[in-house]
Design a protein around this ligand. Structure first.
Ligand code: ADP
Length: 441
């Protein structure tokens, strides 16, 4: 098909040829008049089609595209083709969207898409049921206006979404959801909400079972331990050849008692879903206590002696539950003492790093091989069982630390090198920095 420029040029050439012929056989005047009339008709024709095109654009219905003539036939044919492609693309897009919606609706978890400023952009019907949302009225509203749980709000603003968050349904407090936020694209977030009620019930039964067993074992163990101690202390009660057995029995009952105490601590922390009672903790004085305890422990062990140093920013306070955090930090410090040979160095530090408050314990101890690091916080996971037992370990210390840190939205980072030493760092969210004062050291 000749293009529009060829068509226009052919018309002008044909008109010029006719007028030239008329000039030759009739007169120049008549030829010019006919040329002018020809051009005017041509122009008028264009104006008419342009007007029709303009009218069509006002209500662009595919079926009503004018057919056009001459060069305009090509214009309208191209427009028709373009519109048809457009409609086909739109149909494809809406069917893809419909399929996506159908698929998303079959996922048993609730899905919500949040804008960079945490407004609801889209959600599935399951999310509407679980979180009590209504997309037709709640679209573009901030999610914190609709889910008012203070811990959820802290989780959302902390921007540390490695671990999921447990949320009680406000419609039915017995229903527990696990909420996980996944950032994507330019700071948008996908919120996944999973009903964990059944799993939580099973977990509760497990926790209750462990707590009950530990509780039941505590009394008989105390009695056995007490009698062993009394017998050992009684002059002549234990024959000399049996004394070593009695010492072993005492050691093992002591170990069992420590395990039971740790199991009870763990189940208390795990079953306590309430937010910790936060206060502003004076970390400098807490670090001094930790140093004193570490030196005490170091001297208590056979021959072991360590250098324990502090590096704390005195103006930096931490918002958290003092007793829980003290227990977590002291677990890390006691591990550093127990896994660092005589003469080793331990540094306990408390500083801001990348604007986040970090508590760290660095030791020059035996170190940990890379493949064990991810598993250290599992219950009863030990790299070297013998050494753990020898130094009075229960294998539960780091599990307790992990649970306490989860309650404070903090994370444990471990770096270690065999024979060089390990660093256990607790990174707290910025929101847990209390205040900076001009404190003199
Ligand atoms: P345990 O009571 O056995 O010390 P933890 O849960 O406190 O139990 O620690 C788990 C394991 O991690 C330990 O058994 C030990 O192998 C390893 N570990 C912890 N802290 C250190 C450290 N500072 N240096 C070397 N290994 C460590």
């Amino acid at each position: 098909m000749p293009d529009i420029r060829v068509k226009a040029a052919s018309f002008i050439c044909a008109l010029s040829a006719i007028c030239l012929f008329l000039w030759l056989i009739i007169s120049a005047k008549i030829a010019l008049i006919i040329f002018a009339i020809g051009l005017l008709t041509y122009l008028f024709n264009h104006i008419v089609w342009l007007h029709k095109l303009h009218l069509w654009f006002k209500s662009p219905v595919l079926k009503e595209i004018p057919e056009g003539s001459g060069a305009w036939e090509d214009v309208f044919t191209s427009l028709l083709q373009y519109e048809r492609n457009n409609l086909a693309n739109q149909a494809q897009l809406s069917s893809a969207l419909e399929r996506f919606n159908l698929t998303a609706n079959t996922i048993p978890d609730g899905l919500v898409i949040l804008s960079p400023s945490n407004e609801i952009e889209w959600c599935t019907p399951h999310a509407e049921n679980q979180l009590g949302l209504n997309i037709s009225t709640d679209k573009n509203l901030p999610i914190v206006n609709l889910i008012r749980d203070s811990q959820f709000i802290a989780y959302l603003y902390n921007e540390n979404y490695c671990e999921p968050f447990k949320l009680k349904s406000w419609q039915n407090p017995e229903v527990i959801f696990e909420v996980q936020l996944i950032p994507f694209e330019s700071k948008q977030k996908l919120l996944i909400c999973r009903d964990m009620t059944q799993l939580e019930k099973v977990d509760l039964m497990r926790r209750d079972f462990i707590a009950n067993v530990s509780h039941e074992l505590r009394t008989p163990l105390t009695v056995v331990g007490g009698f062993l101690e009394t017998l050992t202390d009684m002059e002549g009660a234990v024959p000399d050849n049996l004394k070593s057995y009695f010492a072993m029995m005492q050691e093992q009952t002591g170990r069992m008692r420590r395990i039971i105490e740790d199991l009870l601590t763990l189940s208390t922390i795990e079953s306590n879903s309430e937010a910790p009672d936060d206060i502003e903790i004076d970390m400098t004085s807490l670090l001094k206590t930790l140093q004193k305890d570490a030196l005490g422990l170091s001297q208590g062990l056979k021959k072991a002696k360590h250098k324990v140093q502090l590096d704390a920013d005195p103006s930096l306070y931490l918002v958290g539950a003092q007793d829980e955090l003290h227990s977590a930090f002291s677990n890390l410090v006691s591990n550093a003492v127990r896994y660092t040979p005589t003469g080793g160095e331990i540094l306990i530090s408390w500083n801001l790093m990348n604007e986040q408050p970090v508590f760290a314990v660095r030791d020059s101890g035996i170190g940990i091989e890379q493949q064990h690091i991810d598993r250290l916080t599992e219950r009863f996971y030990r790299v070297d069982r013998g050494r753990s037992r020898e130094t009075g370990g229960t294998g539960l210390g780091l599990s307790i630390v992990k649970h306490i840190l989860i309650r404070h939205q903090a994370k444990l980072e471990i770096s270690s090198e065999i024979g060089i030493g390990s660093t256990f760092s607790v990174v707290f969210p910025k929101a847990r920095v209390a205040h900076k004062q001009d404190v003199k050291t």
